[in-house]
Design a protein around this ligand. Structure first.
Ligand SMILES: *Cc1c(COP(=O)(O)O)cnc(C)c1O
Length: 393
Protein backbone atom coordinates (compact mmCIF):
# COMPACT_ATOMS: atom_id res chain seq x y z
CA UNK A 1 0.00 0.00 0.00
CA UNK A 2 1.08 3.57 -0.66
CA UNK A 3 1.88 5.86 2.25
CA UNK A 4 -1.21 8.00 1.45
CA UNK A 5 -3.41 4.96 2.13
CA UNK A 6 -1.44 3.72 5.14
CA UNK A 7 -1.71 7.15 6.78
CA UNK A 8 -5.51 6.89 6.98
CA UNK A 9 -5.88 3.15 7.63
CA UNK A 10 -2.92 1.58 9.45
CA UNK A 11 -3.44 0.87 13.15
CA UNK A 12 -7.17 1.68 13.20
CA UNK A 13 -10.42 -0.32 13.31
CA UNK A 14 -9.61 -3.04 15.82
CA UNK A 15 -12.65 -5.13 16.71
CA UNK A 16 -14.10 -4.66 20.22
CA UNK A 17 -16.64 -7.35 21.20
CA UNK A 18 -18.99 -7.49 18.22
CA UNK A 19 -18.42 -3.96 16.91
CA UNK A 20 -15.58 -1.96 15.36
CA UNK A 21 -14.88 1.71 16.17
CA UNK A 22 -14.11 3.62 12.95
CA UNK A 23 -11.13 5.31 14.62
CA UNK A 24 -9.16 4.23 17.67
CA UNK A 25 -10.66 5.61 20.91
CA UNK A 26 -8.64 7.19 23.73
CA UNK A 27 -7.99 4.56 26.38
CA UNK A 28 -7.32 6.82 29.34
CA UNK A 29 -6.38 4.05 31.71
CA UNK A 30 -3.20 2.98 33.47
CA UNK A 31 -4.14 -0.69 33.87
CA UNK A 32 -6.33 -3.50 32.57
CA UNK A 33 -7.80 -6.57 34.30
CA UNK A 34 -9.48 -9.77 33.19
CA UNK A 35 -12.40 -11.84 34.46
CA UNK A 36 -9.96 -14.67 34.97
CA UNK A 37 -6.58 -13.88 36.57
CA UNK A 38 -5.17 -16.66 34.47
CA UNK A 39 -5.73 -14.45 31.39
CA UNK A 40 -3.69 -11.57 32.86
CA UNK A 41 -0.93 -14.07 33.52
CA UNK A 42 -1.12 -15.21 29.89
CA UNK A 43 -1.07 -11.60 28.64
CA UNK A 44 2.09 -10.87 30.63
CA UNK A 45 3.52 -14.12 29.30
CA UNK A 46 2.73 -12.92 25.75
CA UNK A 47 0.69 -16.09 25.10
CA UNK A 48 -2.44 -14.10 24.24
CA UNK A 49 -2.99 -10.53 23.03
CA UNK A 50 -4.06 -7.97 25.57
CA UNK A 51 -2.85 -5.30 27.92
CA UNK A 52 -1.96 -5.29 31.60
CA UNK A 53 -0.29 -1.98 32.41
CA UNK A 54 0.03 1.05 30.14
CA UNK A 55 3.85 1.34 30.37
CA UNK A 56 3.84 -2.11 28.76
CA UNK A 57 1.22 -1.15 26.21
CA UNK A 58 -2.06 0.72 25.76
CA UNK A 59 -4.54 0.20 22.88
CA UNK A 60 -4.39 3.86 21.76
CA UNK A 61 -0.59 4.06 21.73
CA UNK A 62 -0.37 0.57 20.24
CA UNK A 63 -2.54 1.74 17.31
CA UNK A 64 -0.29 4.77 16.79
CA UNK A 65 2.80 2.56 16.99
CA UNK A 66 1.43 0.22 14.35
CA UNK A 67 0.77 3.25 12.13
CA UNK A 68 4.30 4.66 12.68
CA UNK A 69 5.93 1.32 11.91
CA UNK A 70 3.95 1.01 8.67
CA UNK A 71 4.76 4.57 7.56
CA UNK A 72 8.50 3.99 7.96
CA UNK A 73 8.38 0.42 6.60
CA UNK A 74 9.56 -1.03 9.93
CA UNK A 75 8.32 -3.90 12.10
CA UNK A 76 7.94 -2.09 15.40
CA UNK A 77 7.67 1.43 16.75
CA UNK A 78 7.71 3.06 20.15
CA UNK A 79 5.77 6.31 20.52
CA UNK A 80 7.49 8.47 23.12
CA UNK A 81 6.83 11.66 25.08
CA UNK A 82 9.15 13.75 22.89
CA UNK A 83 11.67 13.56 20.08
CA UNK A 84 14.46 13.77 22.65
CA UNK A 85 13.20 10.74 24.57
CA UNK A 86 13.09 8.79 21.26
CA UNK A 87 16.71 9.79 20.49
CA UNK A 88 17.78 8.78 23.99
CA UNK A 89 16.04 5.41 23.66
CA UNK A 90 17.64 4.83 20.23
CA UNK A 91 21.15 5.63 21.51
CA UNK A 92 20.76 3.36 24.54
CA UNK A 93 19.42 0.59 22.28
CA UNK A 94 22.33 0.90 19.86
CA UNK A 95 24.96 0.79 22.62
CA UNK A 96 23.69 -2.01 24.83
CA UNK A 97 26.18 -4.90 24.98
CA UNK A 98 28.77 -3.02 22.95
CA UNK A 99 31.60 -0.59 23.46
CA UNK A 100 29.78 2.65 24.12
CA UNK A 101 30.82 5.09 21.41
CA UNK A 102 28.92 7.35 19.03
CA UNK A 103 29.98 9.08 15.83
CA UNK A 104 27.68 12.03 15.35
CA UNK A 105 27.20 14.40 12.41
CA UNK A 106 28.77 17.81 13.09
CA UNK A 107 25.53 19.68 12.53
CA UNK A 108 22.64 18.20 14.52
CA UNK A 109 19.64 19.34 16.49
CA UNK A 110 21.24 21.21 19.43
CA UNK A 111 19.82 19.06 22.21
CA UNK A 112 21.01 15.87 20.47
CA UNK A 113 24.58 17.19 20.74
CA UNK A 114 23.97 18.23 24.36
CA UNK A 115 22.61 14.76 25.17
CA UNK A 116 25.80 13.22 23.80
CA UNK A 117 28.42 15.63 25.14
CA UNK A 118 26.89 16.66 28.49
CA UNK A 119 24.90 13.62 29.56
CA UNK A 120 26.19 10.45 27.88
CA UNK A 121 29.82 11.66 27.55
CA UNK A 122 30.46 11.95 31.30
CA UNK A 123 29.11 8.39 31.81
CA UNK A 124 31.98 7.07 29.69
CA UNK A 125 30.50 7.12 26.19
CA UNK A 126 33.09 8.16 23.58
CA UNK A 127 31.76 10.86 21.27
CA UNK A 128 33.30 11.87 17.95
CA UNK A 129 32.07 14.12 15.14
CA UNK A 130 32.37 14.15 11.35
CA UNK A 131 30.75 15.92 8.39
CA UNK A 132 28.42 13.46 6.58
CA UNK A 133 28.44 15.46 3.32
CA UNK A 134 32.19 14.75 3.13
CA UNK A 135 32.33 10.96 2.68
CA UNK A 136 36.14 10.78 2.85
CA UNK A 137 36.25 12.59 6.17
CA UNK A 138 33.40 10.47 7.48
CA UNK A 139 35.12 7.23 6.56
CA UNK A 140 38.42 8.35 8.12
CA UNK A 141 36.73 9.08 11.44
CA UNK A 142 34.79 5.79 11.25
CA UNK A 143 38.02 3.83 10.74
CA UNK A 144 39.81 5.70 13.52
CA UNK A 145 37.08 5.76 16.19
CA UNK A 146 35.32 2.42 15.42
CA UNK A 147 32.05 3.68 16.95
CA UNK A 148 29.23 1.31 17.90
CA UNK A 149 26.76 3.65 16.27
CA UNK A 150 26.40 6.64 13.97
CA UNK A 151 23.78 9.35 14.54
CA UNK A 152 22.79 11.76 11.77
CA UNK A 153 20.01 13.79 10.17
CA UNK A 154 19.34 13.55 6.41
CA UNK A 155 18.52 17.28 6.26
CA UNK A 156 20.60 19.60 8.43
CA UNK A 157 19.28 22.63 10.26
CA UNK A 158 19.22 25.51 9.36
CA UNK A 159 21.39 25.33 6.21
CA UNK A 160 19.49 22.32 4.83
CA UNK A 161 22.47 20.26 3.64
CA UNK A 162 21.35 16.79 2.47
CA UNK A 163 23.49 13.89 3.70
CA UNK A 164 24.04 10.82 1.48
CA UNK A 165 22.61 8.50 4.14
CA UNK A 166 22.60 5.51 1.76
CA UNK A 167 26.39 5.75 1.30
CA UNK A 168 27.05 6.60 4.95
CA UNK A 169 25.03 3.51 5.99
CA UNK A 170 27.09 1.24 3.72
CA UNK A 171 30.33 2.68 5.16
CA UNK A 172 29.10 2.45 8.76
CA UNK A 173 28.10 -1.19 8.35
CA UNK A 174 31.49 -2.00 6.80
CA UNK A 175 33.03 -0.62 10.00
CA UNK A 176 30.64 -2.50 12.29
CA UNK A 177 28.55 0.49 13.39
CA UNK A 178 24.76 0.64 13.40
CA UNK A 179 23.06 3.76 12.05
CA UNK A 180 20.43 5.96 13.70
CA UNK A 181 18.71 8.52 11.48
CA UNK A 182 16.65 11.43 12.82
CA UNK A 183 14.07 11.68 10.02
CA UNK A 184 12.13 14.63 11.49
CA UNK A 185 12.79 17.06 8.61
CA UNK A 186 12.38 14.64 5.71
CA UNK A 187 9.44 12.56 7.04
CA UNK A 188 8.65 9.10 5.57
CA UNK A 189 6.84 10.81 2.70
CA UNK A 190 10.22 11.93 1.28
CA UNK A 191 12.56 9.35 2.72
CA UNK A 192 12.31 5.91 4.35
CA UNK A 193 15.75 5.29 5.86
CA UNK A 194 15.03 1.66 6.88
CA UNK A 195 14.67 0.80 3.18
CA UNK A 196 18.22 2.11 2.68
CA UNK A 197 19.58 -0.22 5.38
CA UNK A 198 19.48 2.24 8.30
CA UNK A 199 19.00 0.42 11.63
CA UNK A 200 16.95 2.83 13.73
CA UNK A 201 14.78 5.78 12.70
CA UNK A 202 13.74 8.46 15.16
CA UNK A 203 11.35 11.40 14.89
CA UNK A 204 10.25 14.41 16.76
CA UNK A 205 6.55 13.66 16.23
CA UNK A 206 5.95 17.18 17.59
CA UNK A 207 6.84 18.51 14.14
CA UNK A 208 5.59 17.24 10.75
CA UNK A 209 4.10 13.90 11.86
CA UNK A 210 1.56 15.38 14.27
CA UNK A 211 1.69 18.58 12.22
CA UNK A 212 -0.69 20.86 14.10
CA UNK A 213 1.50 22.35 16.80
CA UNK A 214 -0.69 20.88 19.53
CA UNK A 215 1.39 18.15 21.16
CA UNK A 216 4.85 16.86 22.07
CA UNK A 217 5.83 13.39 20.94
CA UNK A 218 8.55 11.25 19.46
CA UNK A 219 8.96 7.94 17.66
CA UNK A 220 11.52 5.18 17.34
CA UNK A 221 11.06 2.71 14.46
CA UNK A 222 13.07 -0.46 13.84
CA UNK A 223 13.06 -3.89 12.24
CA UNK A 224 12.21 -7.21 13.88
CA UNK A 225 15.72 -8.03 15.10
CA UNK A 226 15.55 -5.09 17.53
CA UNK A 227 12.17 -6.02 19.04
CA UNK A 228 13.27 -7.83 22.14
CA UNK A 229 15.90 -5.29 23.18
CA UNK A 230 13.74 -2.24 22.49
CA UNK A 231 10.75 -3.79 24.26
CA UNK A 232 12.78 -4.47 27.41
CA UNK A 233 14.34 -1.00 27.37
CA UNK A 234 10.99 0.72 26.80
CA UNK A 235 9.32 -1.19 29.63
CA UNK A 236 12.20 -0.31 31.94
CA UNK A 237 12.87 3.32 31.00
CA UNK A 238 9.19 4.22 30.48
CA UNK A 239 9.42 6.94 27.80
CA UNK A 240 5.89 6.10 26.54
CA UNK A 241 3.58 8.77 25.18
CA UNK A 242 0.17 9.08 26.89
CA UNK A 243 -3.06 7.97 25.18
CA UNK A 244 -4.44 11.49 24.72
CA UNK A 245 -1.37 12.68 22.82
CA UNK A 246 -1.28 9.39 20.93
CA UNK A 247 -4.86 9.96 19.77
CA UNK A 248 -4.09 13.50 18.60
CA UNK A 249 -0.93 12.36 16.82
CA UNK A 250 -2.86 9.64 15.00
CA UNK A 251 -5.49 12.11 13.92
CA UNK A 252 -2.77 14.44 12.66
CA UNK A 253 -0.92 11.74 10.74
CA UNK A 254 -3.97 10.91 8.62
CA UNK A 255 -3.28 14.03 6.54
CA UNK A 256 0.54 13.78 6.64
CA UNK A 257 1.08 12.95 2.93
CA UNK A 258 -1.37 15.65 1.82
CA UNK A 259 0.19 18.25 4.10
CA UNK A 260 3.75 17.38 3.13
CA UNK A 261 2.98 17.57 -0.56
CA UNK A 262 1.46 21.03 -0.16
CA UNK A 263 4.22 22.23 2.19
CA UNK A 264 6.94 21.06 -0.20
CA UNK A 265 5.22 22.70 -3.19
CA UNK A 266 4.85 25.93 -1.22
CA UNK A 267 8.51 25.82 -0.09
CA UNK A 268 9.67 25.25 -3.67
CA UNK A 269 7.64 28.21 -4.94
CA UNK A 270 8.75 30.46 -2.05
CA UNK A 271 12.45 29.55 -2.55
CA UNK A 272 12.33 30.66 -6.20
CA UNK A 273 10.38 33.79 -5.28
CA UNK A 274 12.86 34.71 -2.51
CA UNK A 275 15.80 34.23 -4.87
CA UNK A 276 14.41 37.00 -7.05
CA UNK A 277 13.58 39.30 -4.12
CA UNK A 278 15.71 42.47 -3.93
CA UNK A 279 15.93 42.32 -0.09
CA UNK A 280 17.20 38.70 -0.05
CA UNK A 281 20.90 37.93 -0.26
CA UNK A 282 20.93 34.15 -0.40
CA UNK A 283 18.45 31.26 -0.32
CA UNK A 284 19.02 27.71 0.98
CA UNK A 285 16.63 25.08 -0.41
CA UNK A 286 17.49 21.41 -1.17
CA UNK A 287 15.52 21.49 -4.46
CA UNK A 288 17.40 24.52 -5.81
CA UNK A 289 19.40 23.44 -8.89
CA UNK A 290 22.37 25.39 -7.42
CA UNK A 291 22.18 23.66 -4.00
CA UNK A 292 25.47 21.81 -3.28
CA UNK A 293 23.61 18.53 -2.54
CA UNK A 294 21.07 18.66 -5.37
CA UNK A 295 22.22 15.27 -6.71
CA UNK A 296 21.80 13.64 -3.31
CA UNK A 297 18.33 15.21 -2.89
CA UNK A 298 17.27 13.97 -6.32
CA UNK A 299 18.61 10.47 -5.59
CA UNK A 300 17.13 10.07 -2.09
CA UNK A 301 13.87 12.00 -2.00
CA UNK A 302 10.64 10.64 -3.41
CA UNK A 303 8.00 12.28 -5.58
CA UNK A 304 10.21 15.23 -6.61
CA UNK A 305 9.64 16.76 -3.18
CA UNK A 306 12.49 18.55 -1.43
CA UNK A 307 11.09 19.38 1.98
CA UNK A 308 9.04 22.19 3.43
CA UNK A 309 11.90 24.24 4.85
CA UNK A 310 13.57 27.30 3.27
CA UNK A 311 16.33 29.33 4.91
CA UNK A 312 17.46 32.72 3.64
CA UNK A 313 19.74 35.64 4.39
CA UNK A 314 18.32 39.15 4.45
CA UNK A 315 20.46 41.71 2.63
CA UNK A 316 22.43 44.11 4.86
CA UNK A 317 20.60 42.92 7.98
CA UNK A 318 21.98 42.61 11.51
CA UNK A 319 20.15 41.54 14.63
CA UNK A 320 18.01 44.70 14.88
CA UNK A 321 16.86 44.44 11.25
CA UNK A 322 16.03 40.74 11.65
CA UNK A 323 14.09 41.50 14.85
CA UNK A 324 12.14 44.17 12.92
CA UNK A 325 11.46 41.67 10.11
CA UNK A 326 10.20 39.03 12.57
CA UNK A 327 7.99 41.58 14.38
CA UNK A 328 6.53 42.80 11.07
CA UNK A 329 5.19 39.35 10.11
CA UNK A 330 1.39 39.41 10.29
CA UNK A 331 0.37 35.84 9.43
CA UNK A 332 3.54 33.72 9.59
CA UNK A 333 3.98 32.61 13.20
CA UNK A 334 7.38 33.56 14.67
CA UNK A 335 7.57 30.48 16.96
CA UNK A 336 10.47 28.11 17.58
CA UNK A 337 9.21 24.90 16.01
CA UNK A 338 8.55 23.57 12.51
CA UNK A 339 6.29 21.36 10.46
CA UNK A 340 2.94 22.81 11.54
CA UNK A 341 0.01 23.48 9.18
CA UNK A 342 0.70 27.20 9.64
CA UNK A 343 3.90 28.77 8.35
CA UNK A 344 6.57 29.45 10.98
CA UNK A 345 9.63 31.70 11.04
CA UNK A 346 12.65 31.10 13.25
CA UNK A 347 15.77 33.17 13.91
CA UNK A 348 18.54 30.59 14.55
CA UNK A 349 21.01 33.04 16.13
CA UNK A 350 18.68 33.64 19.10
CA UNK A 351 16.96 30.24 19.29
CA UNK A 352 18.20 26.90 17.90
CA UNK A 353 21.85 28.07 17.74
CA UNK A 354 21.76 30.57 20.58
CA UNK A 355 24.18 28.63 22.81
CA UNK A 356 27.00 28.68 20.24
CA UNK A 357 29.64 31.41 20.38
CA UNK A 358 29.14 33.92 17.51
CA UNK A 359 32.47 32.80 15.98
CA UNK A 360 31.34 29.14 16.03
CA UNK A 361 28.05 30.09 14.36
CA UNK A 362 29.97 32.05 11.73
CA UNK A 363 32.20 29.03 11.07
CA UNK A 364 29.10 26.87 10.54
CA UNK A 365 27.80 29.48 8.10
CA UNK A 366 24.92 30.53 10.34
CA UNK A 367 25.14 34.30 10.00
CA UNK A 368 23.25 36.94 11.93
CA UNK A 369 21.12 37.74 8.84
CA UNK A 370 19.85 34.14 8.44
CA UNK A 371 16.23 33.16 9.10
CA UNK A 372 14.43 29.84 8.60
CA UNK A 373 10.92 29.41 7.22
CA UNK A 374 8.81 26.31 7.72
CA UNK A 375 6.22 26.53 4.95
CA UNK A 376 2.65 25.85 6.04
CA UNK A 377 -0.30 24.70 3.96
CA UNK A 378 -1.71 28.21 3.40
CA UNK A 379 -2.14 29.63 -0.12
CA UNK A 380 1.40 30.37 -1.30
CA UNK A 381 0.40 33.90 -2.46
CA UNK A 382 -0.56 34.78 1.11
CA UNK A 383 2.73 33.49 2.55
CA UNK A 384 4.71 35.45 -0.04
CA UNK A 385 2.62 38.59 0.51
CA UNK A 386 3.39 38.44 4.24
CA UNK A 387 7.11 37.88 3.60
CA UNK A 388 7.13 40.74 1.09
CA UNK A 389 5.56 43.33 3.40
CA UNK A 390 7.84 42.28 6.29
CA UNK A 391 10.98 42.36 4.11
CA UNK A 392 10.10 45.88 2.94
CA UNK A 393 10.04 47.26 6.49
C1 LIG B 1 12.56 19.22 17.49
C2 LIG B 1 13.57 18.25 17.09
C3 LIG B 1 14.05 17.27 17.97
C4 LIG B 1 13.56 17.20 19.41
O1 LIG B 1 12.21 16.84 19.45
P1 LIG B 1 11.25 17.25 20.67
O2 LIG B 1 9.93 16.66 20.25
O3 LIG B 1 11.26 18.73 20.78
O4 LIG B 1 11.81 16.59 21.89
C5 LIG B 1 14.98 16.38 17.52
N1 LIG B 1 15.46 16.42 16.26
C6 LIG B 1 15.03 17.34 15.38
C7 LIG B 1 15.58 17.34 14.00
C8 LIG B 1 14.09 18.30 15.76
O5 LIG B 1 13.68 19.22 14.88
Amino acid sequence: MKIDTLAVHAGDRKKLGNYVPSTTPVYGTSSFFYERTEDLDRVFNEEIEGHGYSRYGNPTTAALEELLARLEGGDLAVATTSGMSAIHLALISAMTDRRRSVLCAKVMYGQSITLLTNILGPTGVDISFAEPCDLDEFEQVLAKEKPSCVLLEPVSNPLLRVAPIDRITTLAHEHGASVIVDNTFATPVLLRPLELGVDLVVHSMTKYLAGHGDLMGGALVACEEWRQLITVLTRTLGPNIGPFEAYLAMRGIKTLPLRIERQCQNACHIAAWLKAHPRVKRVYFPGDPEHPDIETSRRLFRRDLFGGMVSFEIKDAGRQEVFAFMDALRMIVPATTLGDVHSLMLYPAISSHRDLAPKHRERLGIRDNLVRLSAGIEAVEDIEADLDQALKR
